[in-house]
Design a protein around this ligand. Structure first.
Ligand code: HAM
Length: 522
């Protein structure tokens, strides 16, 4: 008997259970309705992609890529991997002929299997892999040439076995993949892969699904979390596009009752003006470096913009005195930002300007924005986004402008629940209290008809005592109990009991369907 074990959801992941799952469905359904009314269409990219796609898009110096990605090698070459591990485990001595022969066999096996796997596409055909195989071939020749087991011969043998270990350790047995930490990179990859630049107008896409980041779990922060995102890709970077997606976002938040929110916007310049500003910022930060904590000190060199994100109390006064990007935007970026603000006014969208809003991903240019909500503690950003003109090009596509956002559904829903704004969702409508085996066929038939009419119906699978059956209807939260006893079947009538006030009425099948359907439509 295997040891008894209780399985639990992995740290940072969770089950979304009823009735919360109904709230989630309603939330996502409302997003679809709102986004489609703005002519956005659904895209469903895969959950995992090549690691390099995220590294290039998001930036290797970012927390997401540097620390938080779930990365794995996608390979099915089990025997090859085992043999590789055996080779790495120990190096034979030159005078142990049995061990030397074993090593030769193992290396030959790895070489043959790997060459075949590269040929049939199971292993990546990279210069590194090809070089490692050539190296193995070379070292096999050296070892097989039966070198003299003394003096330089021994040194040569040892150098060879070391080279073998290094070469096999460098073999990449499969593609290196990552569970997506976000989906903007995937959408851009799909845009390029499917030649979407040939589509008329701007390409407007939205997605709903899980993302994965290995962060420290806390309230509103999970390792598997859910985003609803939208992206606009195309030739135009008109500020009206930025304003329209912000309008769409706020219309959606309004529809789901997420109203106690603040929209912050900023412009972080483009590849013309930002590098100069970043240099200036770095110079200024170097002057005060010893007053910063270790994380910020590192960022002064790697990514000075991220120092502006710091929430550490002791760094706030220092940051307030730093040069601001708004004073260093080039004319084109300043004009773009000014027009965006005009557009926001035109659409009556309230916002705050926040010069420190730089965002944690490297692909942003010009417009950046974030929405925070009340009642969430430190993880209060319910949405983040911005422009990423040039990202498609960076990934090998044509020059393309882009802008988008992603809503963190976990946090948004938490905020709705905490504000008591969660809508009462239609639950179980009708519980069928059938009372004897003779009534069962009529119960099955009416259950099917009511379900076809769009009602949620519970049909008990086994005969129950009437009182117990009604008790269960109550506990399940049904609005009505449909009573079906021998009298009802004989008279071709149904008794419908409204459980809230125990009011009872008799209906023919036709009347019953009419009544319940009109109830459902409200
Ligand atoms: P992001 O700011 O990294 O942006 O994430 C967007 C939102 O996802 C955050 O505001 C937050 O609500 C939620 N979120 C992020 N990490 C977690 C977590 N560990 N647990 C719970 N919620 C989380 C992006 O992902 C960009 N791709 C947004 C974008 C789209 N920019 C342009 N287009």
């Amino acid at each position: 008997m295997p040891e008894k074990k209780q399985f639990r959801a992995i740290k940072g992941t969770r089950d979304i259970l009823p009735p919360d799952s109904s709230l989630w469905n309603w939330f996502e359904h409302t997003a679809r309705e709102v986004f489609e009314s703005y002519n956005f269409r659904d895209i469903r990219p895969p959950i995992f992609e090549e690691t390099d796609l995220f590294a290039r898009s998001i930036g290797v110096e970012t927390d997401v890529v540097g620390k938080e990605m779930y990365t794995f090698t996608d390979q099915g070459l089990v025997q090859l991997e085992r043999t590789r591990n055996d080779i790495l485990l120990e190096r034979p001595s030159h005078n142990d002929q049995v061990a030397v022969d074993k090593l030769v066999l193992q290396v030959e096996f790895v070489r043959r299997q790997a060459a075949a796997a590269i040929q049939n596409g199971e292993m990546p055909n990279t210069p590194e892999n090809r070089h490692a195989l050539e190296q193995l071939e070379l070292e096999l020749l050296t070892i097989n040439s039966k070198i003299v087991p003394a003096g330089p011969g021994i040194a040569k043998f040892e150098a060879s076995t070391l080279q073998i270990q290094q070469a096999v350790s460098k073999l990449r047995l499969g593609d290196v993949l990552t569970l997506r930490p976000e989906a903007t990179a995937s959408v851009c990859r799909a845009y390029i892969e499917h030649g979407m630049q040939a589509l008329p107008g701007n390409v407007k896409l939205y997605y709903i699904g899980p993302m994965f980041r290995r962060e420290r779990p806390q309230k509103g922060r999970y390792r598997q979390f859910y985003q609803i995102g939208a992206e606009v890709l195309g030739q135009s970077d008109a500020p009206a596009i930025d304003a329209e997606i912000l309008e769409m976002l706020l219309v959606f938040f309004h529809r789901v009752g997420l109203t106690r929110t603040t929209l912050s916007v900023n412009s972080i310049g483009d590849k013309e003006c930002r590098p100069k500003y970043v240099e200036l910022l770095r110079e200024e930060l170097r002057k005060v470096k010893d007053q910063l904590d270790a994380d910020s000190q590192r960022r002064v060199e790697t990514n000075p913009l991220r120092v502006l994100d710091s929430k550490l109390p002791k760094e706030q006064a220092i940051i307030e005195k730093l040069p601001r990007i708004s004073d260093h935007l080039c004319d084109a970026c300043r004009e773009h930002f000014a027009k965006l603000k005009e557009e926001l006014k035109l659409r009556n969208i309230p916002y705050e300007e926040n010069w420190r809003l730089v965002r944690g991903l490297d692909y942003y240019t010009r417009t950046t924005f974030e929405v925070t909500a009340e009642g969430l503690g430190s993880q209060n950003a319910v949405c983040g986004g911005g422009r990423y003109d040039g990202l498609v090009e960076l990934l090998g596509g044509p020059p393309t402008k882009g802008i988008g956002f992603a809503i963190g559904s976990d946090r948004a829903i938490l905020s709705i629940q905490e504000a008591g704004e969660a809508h009462a969702l239609p639950g179980l409508s009708v519980y069928i209290a059938w009372m004897s085996v003779a009534c069962y066929p009529a119960a099955v038939a009416i259950a099917r008809k009511l379900r076809e009419a769009g009602l949620s119906v519970e049909l008990p699978p086994e005969e129950m005592k009437f009182k117990k059956s009604l008790g269960l209807a109550d506990k399940l939260g049904a609005r009505y109990a449909l009573i079906l006893g021998e009298d009802e079947v004989a008279s071709n009538k149904f008794t419908l009991k409204r459980l809230a006030d125990a009011e009872q009425n008799k209906f023919s099948e036709y009347e019953l369907l009419e009544y319940l359907e009109s109830e459902r439509r409200g």
